[in-house]
Design a protein around this ligand. Structure first.
Ligand SMILES: N[C@@H](CCC(=O)N[C@@H](CS)C(=O)NCC(=O)O)C(=O)O
Length: 130
């Protein structure tokens, strides 16, 4: 319990200190993104309509996922679970924790899957959309 609290405090402090640097780095180094034909992009846009990313702006793991989203030219809705208490509540209710990044994927039958771990999320996006 206390270890968890310390880890949380560590990341919160890290985000506060490194946040502006990380955001500047993101601005300067955001990948261009693959270019698809309008038809192909439309198919991808349809597929990503049911995907939402819950994230914190200055979380390095979330930035990693945002980079992948840009690189793959995906129009995925991004929800701030740090400042927006409504989004945070959705995240906790759905995934069981306030851990980000978290991808909410709704399939064609309406089944919802909550995916955590930045490496797992990037891998999923690459496998599905690269
Ligand atoms: N191994 C995880 C680490 C994710 C992580 O530690 N996220 C932090 C934000 S940087 C978090 O959600 N902390 C919970 C909190 O601050 O309440 C990943 O790669 O996604």
């Amino acid at each position: 319990m206390i270890v968890k609290w310390f880890i949380r405090l560590f990341f919160r402090t890290l985000r506060r200190i490194l946040g502006p640097i990380l955001l500047l780095n993101e601005k300067l180094n955001t990948p261009k993104g693959i270019v698809r034909s309008p038809e192909a992009q439309q198919v991808i846009d349809e597929a990503t309509r049911n995907i939402v990313l819950y994230q914190f702006r200055t979380c390095p793991f979330c930035i990693k996922v945002r980079f992948a989203i840009k690189r793959l030219s995906l129009n995925i809705e991004v929800r701030d679970a740090q400042k927006d208490q409504g989004h945070r509540a959705e995240l906790v209710a759905g995934s069981g924790q306030a851990k980000v990044p978290c991808l909410r994927i709704t399939d064609e039958n309406g089944n919802v899957r909550w995916m955590t771990e930045s490496a797992v999320i990037v891998n999923y996006l690459d496998e599905r959309f690269a």
